[in-house]
Design a protein around this ligand. Structure first.
Ligand code: NAP
Length: 294
């Protein structure tokens, strides 16, 4: 995949627009994260980031129009991640292997696709997962990125899913194992990539019982990544933290995937701390409707 020229190379004063495309999209945190980051980088006058609601049947036409409207890149979220890969002229190894893209770059008349959900997960982990036994809960779209990232980074990955056939298919495809019964003691790293816990606003989720990991089963021997997030901590995150587990929450992963996208578009180091503050302020303000993962 071609690497975009660093910011400043051949710079003009034309606006550079960025966006997140999805449906629904109105509660996306990405505009808050990226607007804060662009301001911190001194790019606020020239670069901008907006949320655009796009129906699946309009996706290709919308994307093809973007380069002519000053857009240089876009994040893509549910339900367009497969279509984003399909429309691209070039795709990164991660996007091809995962089979989905969340980042598009428009340059030189071409569309390049990447998947920063995978990079974002790895960047959010304080230590390399190489050699770690990892359990991924879920076998949907985000689990695909998580499993690929962890296997690629050298972890020994097992997958549990409510519908076991999907865990088996994903494990077979990406070099992991599928499990039907879980002993948490076997694992150093757990990643919740199910929708369980998502949407917690002022109330915690009550469907944790459908996971094979009790909220109080994690302790200081474990690292937990919970992709789900809301205006309050998920039950899994709160219980794991209280018992001494090292925890990475869904907002941190969200910030890290956004940061990786911003680096692709601008060639600059993203201001992670500013992005963290922006997503947390935006999330506490939203309180309700934490209904999108980008
Ligand atoms: P998805 O493709 O719809 O997959 C949903 C997964 O959740 C499936 O494995 C499904 O199992 C499982 N599931 C749903 N309800 C369940 C229940 N009651 N008990 C057990 N398992 C259940 O969704 P996705 O795109 O992978 O997203 C998964 C979660 O990650 C969402 O909450 C999303 O918002 C979040 N996410 C966060 C980030 C981030 O940056 N923080 C990024 C991406 C996604 P079945 O196969 O049996 O239906």
């Amino acid at each position: 995949m071609p690497v975009p020229a660093p910011y400043g190379a051949g710079m003009t004063h034309r606006p550079k627009r960025l966006a997140v495309l999805g449906q629904p999209i109105s509660h996306s945190r990405s505009p808050a994260i990226h607007t804060a980051a662009l301001a911190e980088l001194g790019l606020a006058g020239e670069w901008s980031y907006e949320a655009i609601e796009v129906a699946p049947e309009d996706f290709d036409e919308r994307v093809r129009a973007m380069p002519g409207e000053e857009f240089v890149g876009a994040n893509v979220t549910v339900p367009h991640k497969l279509a984003a890969l399909a429309i691209a002229d070039d795709a990164s190894e991660a996007a091809r292997a995962i089979g989905a893209a969340n980042t598009l770059t428009f340059a030189d008349g071409r569309i390049a696709a990447d998947n920063t959900d995978a990079t974002g997960l790895l960047d959010a982990l304080p230590d390399s997962p190489s050699g770690t036994r990892a359990l991924v809960l879920g076998a949907g779209g985000s689990a695909r990125a998580v499993v690929w990232a962890l296997v690629d980074a050298g972890a020994d990955v097992s997958i549990w899913n409510r519908t076991p056939e999907k865990a088996e298919a994903l494990a077979g495809e990406l070099g992991a194992s599928a499990l039907q019964a879980v002993d948490v003691g076997d694992f150093g790293l757990l990643v919740n990539a199910t929708t369980v816990g998502m949407g917690a606003s002022t109330q915690v989720s009550s469907d944790l019982k459908s996971l094979p990991v009790a909220a109080d089963a994690l302790d200081e021997r474990h690292q937990l990544v919970d992709l789900a997030y809301g205006a309050v901590e998920t039950e899994l995150v709160r219980a794991a933290r209280a018992r001494g587990a090292r925890v990475v929450d869904g907002l941190e992963v969200l910030v890290r995937q956004g940061a990786a996208s911003l680096r692709i578009w601008t060639g600059l180091d993203p201001p992670i701390e500013v992005m963290r503050r922006a997503v947390r302020e935006d999330t506490w303000q939203a309180k309700t409707h934490p209904d999108t993962d980008t």
